[in-house]
Design a protein around this ligand. Structure first.
Ligand code: ADP
Ligand code: MG
Length: 463
């Protein structure tokens, strides 16, 4: 395994355990600079990152690397500024080095983003990653609505469903699908102007344009596209200015029959930061959800990945993987990767036995822990209410429900007693807690979107 492969695989593992924002913030522009005498030296972009990685993530990084290479004893960090371009290539000279480090994606200064970690092949004009195509996208009943809507959009850009809003849980193929639309549109007509932008990056551009008085230029850029793809819109900032700029850009495109494609981890009505007028715009278009893949589909996805990797994995081993991971396609891929890499390292052919061993080893990892603090944090972030509001006595609807959900999660996931929960959430009576848990349990039966919400919250409270 080259240094690059080692680190890319470790990152896959690390990514599973962090929120996306943390992962991007702390792990972009990291690379393995050297491995010597069992010590891996990571190159990180600056002193701040070094300190943070060392104090917060060291154990975690070490574990991820050791899972891949048992001979590793320690990890240390140096400040370096080069990007991984493969180990065997010569280290870049000072001039080259500078250019690589500074090279922005697209013409937005400093707006490199997470994908630069994984793929150098991103088209700077569109921000699209060519890896996301329909050829590699498996369709099953869980995503066929979203897939069909996406196909209609391609056939009739700006005319069929506008905007098209796609939502679904973490790792279920939203980014893949919406980027595949962009790639397909370009394949059919290279002159189309397509622009993909993650919401966090869009916000960065707006902030920058506001401070540099270059809002006009930014608007022109967005105004000129035929297809605007906005990923993870649940991150949209609450500030009036942000929503206003977003609304203007949106409206302008919409009025000119330009296509807008949006993804989110939840439906528009559940995004607390989304202003009313934007919400009703989204609801005026087409909304399609992506659910959870069934067993057969998970198997198909695995088979497809195995085919693309050119490795041999027997069916019983694949079924075992498919049965082990049910709610996240990224994790499904991660498990497959782990199996493939471990067997490469140990030189054992992949078998059912070997696979079971590798995955059970991974399952024993102490990573699925949560706590009162984590639950409160995850709920408060998801519903955008403060943790203080969760424990006070306000009866506002926007607060009461998140509070009940906190109680429910404390009961279900931490097995806390009713009096304990009441006590912790602002000295409330245990009957209040019982009522809340009953209410949420009942609602879960009739309201599938609550199930989705809990799925997302749990992703965060276990990370
Ligand atoms: P999301 O944006 O919903 O979090 P992604 O689009 O990033 O999820 O998907 C996570 C991983 O799973 C990606 O590597 C993607 O290629 C893969 N994936 C997701 N859906 C499918 C699918 N239907 N068929 C094949 N691979 C998929
Ligand atoms: Mg995504």
């Amino acid at each position: 395994m080259t240094h690059d492969e080692l680190w890319q695989n470790a990152l896959t593992e690390i990514e599973l355990n962090l929120t996306k924002a943390n992962f991007i913030t702390w792990f972009k522009h990291t690379a393995v600079a050297n491995v010597e005498n069992g010590v891996v030296t990571l190159s990180v972009p600056n002193g701040f990152a070094r300190e943070w990685l060392q104090s917060k993530y060291h154990k975690f990084i070490l574990r991820a690397v050791r899972n891949l290479n048992h001979e590793v004893k320690d990890v240390n960090y140096i400040i370096g500024q080069y990007k991984p371009v493969g180990d065997n290539k010569k280290r870049p000279g000072p001039h080259e080095k500078r250019r690589m480090f500074e090279a922005p994606i697209g013409n937005i200064p400093g707006a490199e983003e997470e994908f630069s970690l994984r793929d150098a092949a991103i088209d700077p004009a569109t921000n699209l990653n060519p890896r996301y195509t329909f050829e590699s996208f498996i369709v099953g009943s869980f995503n066929e609505l979203a897939h069909a809507a996406a196909q209609s959009v391609i056939k009739n850009l700006g005319g069929a469903y506008n905007p098209l809003f796609i939502y679904g849980g973490v790792g279920l193929g939203k980014t893949h699908l919406i980027q595949a639309v962009g790639n397909e549109v370009l394949k059919q007509d290279r002159l189309r102007r397509v622009l993909y932008v993650p919401t966090e990056r869009f916000m960065g551009e707006v902030v920058e344009a506001l401070s540099g008085q270059s809002m006009g230029r930014l608007k022109d850029k967005y105004r000129s596209v035929d297809l605007l793809i906005i990923d993870d819109v649940q991150f949209i900032g609450r500030t009036e200015k942000m929503q206003e700029e977003f609304f203007h850009i949106f409206n302008n495109l919409y009025q000119h029959n330009k296509q807008i494609l949006v993804s989110s981890d939840r439906p528009p009505k559940s995004i607390p930061t989304l202003e009313e007028r934007l919400r009703s715009r989204f609801e005026g278009g087409m909304i399609a959800d992506i659910g959870l893949p069934d067993r057969e589909t998970r198997m198909m996805i695995l088979k497809n990945k195995v085919g693309a990797k050119g490795v041999i994995v027997p069916d019983d081993a694949l079924w075992h993987i498919a049965d082990s991971i049910k709610t996240n396609i990224r994790e499904l891929e991660g498990a497959l990767n782990r199996v493939v890499i471990s067997s490469k390292l140990s030189n054992n052919p992949i078998s059912l036995e070997e696979t079971k061993k590798i995955l059970s080893h991974a399952a024993q990892e102490p990573r699925r822990f949560t706590s009162l603090k984590k639950i409160m944090k995850a709920v408060s972030e998801f519903y955008d209410v403060s943790e203080k509001e969760l424990i006070d006595h306000s009866r506002r609807k926007e607060v009461v429900r998140p509070r009940q959900i906190t109680m429910y999660l404390l009961r279900e996931d931490l097995k806390s007693s009713f009096p304990f929960i009441g006590e912790k959430l602002g000295k409330k009576d245990h009957t209040t807690v019982i009522h809340a848990c009953k209410k949420i349990t009942k609602e879960l039966k009739d309201n599938p979107s609550l199930d989705d919400e809990l799925h997302i919250i749990r992703e965060n409270m276990y990370s």
